[in-house]
Design a protein around this ligand. Sequence first.
Ligand SMILES: *Cc1c(COP(=O)(O)O)cnc(C)c1O
Length: 496
Amino acid sequence: MFYTSTRDKSVKVTSAQAITMGISKEGGLFVPQEFPQLSKSDIEQIAKLDYIGRAKAILSLYLTDFSQEELDKCVNGAYAKGKFSSKAVAPIVNLGGNTNILELWRGPTCAFKDMALQLLPYLLTTASAKVIPDKQVLILVATSGDTGKAALEGFKDVDLTKILVFYPEDGVSEMQKLQMTTQQGDNVSVCAIYGNFDDAQNGVKSIFTNKEVAEKLGKAGVVLSSANSINWGRLVPQIVYYVSAYCDMISNGTLKNGEPMNVVVPTGNFGNILAAYYAKKMGVPIGKLVCASNANNVLTDFLKTGKYDRNRSFYTTTSPSMDILISSNLERLLFDLSGNDDERVKEWMNGLDKNGVYDVGEDMFAKIKELFDAGFCDDNGAKKAIKETFDNQKYLCDTHTAVAVDVYNQYVKVNSEDVPTIIASTASPYKFSKSVLEALQPVPQELDEFEISEILSKKTGVEIPQQLAELKSKKVRFSDVCEKENMIKQVFAMIE
Ligand SMILES: *Cc1c(COP(=O)(O)O)cnc(C)c1O
């Protein structure tokens, strides 16, 4: 299998090249030239395997230039016993009726990013050894909170790699900030920027295409790569858990093989829900893909009108990992739905760059409407969802998952179909303890994150993940904050 670029169809690279480069030269994103198909009996066979087995089965269809031994090593390492706090890796919890929660946050950093970022370092080092042997890889990350920590944890002390993470100074939760600023490892660095996530993401994107950077790094024998969900190595592990979730739903008797399952995803950069779309494209019987946004509802508007317009207020919400106005992975969907029309994609992305808007036209919009539904809720809606889910179903969810729960409830009110549904749960409630507790009861101002977590745990009986509790005694290693114009200097500091 080969990969091409969303902005230049003549590009043809292997998966190892796509993963090593992160983004294509002309700024496009790598996508498979065609998608492997799973038949009903393939799914039946995969359902018999454990998560590791399922991951190997799916990944081997996409990473055809990796040997079976290489893939085994990668997958065995990423999802080894003890790394995830559930034997199932990504367990499903039924909340009654058709409502199921897919817990994607049982990994080392308590957010769904671990599902991919525990695997990516293995994929990237295996890939770069094929493509650029002996070169060092510098991973640049722009994070709205969770990617940064998950990438740091995945890449810490990995040979021949360094990692530099940028996060918006005022755009992450206390716990997220502490997770990053206390990061261990000799090859890691973390820097806050004055600005929001889009500024961080744009800064990183421009460093990738900067000539001076390329030159200096070239001399130092360093190659840039990305751990953001623009990297194919981030997306492909996410397809696995949608296939796996469907398998679990047939194994536990909720569905018969072939029957549809709906999926609701709290969305930011459009990576997670795109993986669900790709699973559907492979033949997994996924019905509607419901895209849930917070007050930054640019995707809701797009999916309901076909017009993308980022010229709007940016809100800092209680679900910071979804505070995004430029959803990078949407480009991959547009490429696919347009029948791999790189020219049209380029036009739309230029429009986004120049004017902050584009309109995909009637033909595209008709396809989008068929596949997707979308909704949003503000912080109050999320609060209400946390309280109701806890009061009525005794399930404690974080603020991002709560957005999805609220949007699911909106969806069910309007659509009377009887379809078992998976709601992607993307973070542990203890990453956002303050907002979660505030949904349940008033929280005194003077309490710190750890005191709040204690109260939340006493009230709900839900245990605090140990890796979050122990942050209390860790030393802060990184306290730099820089202007977005100066991000480049941080990069140079990494190779000195
Ligand atoms: C990253 C993240 C999201 C958004 O996922 P995308 O793939 O960017 O759409 C949602 N919730 C949490 C907790 C996250 O960390």
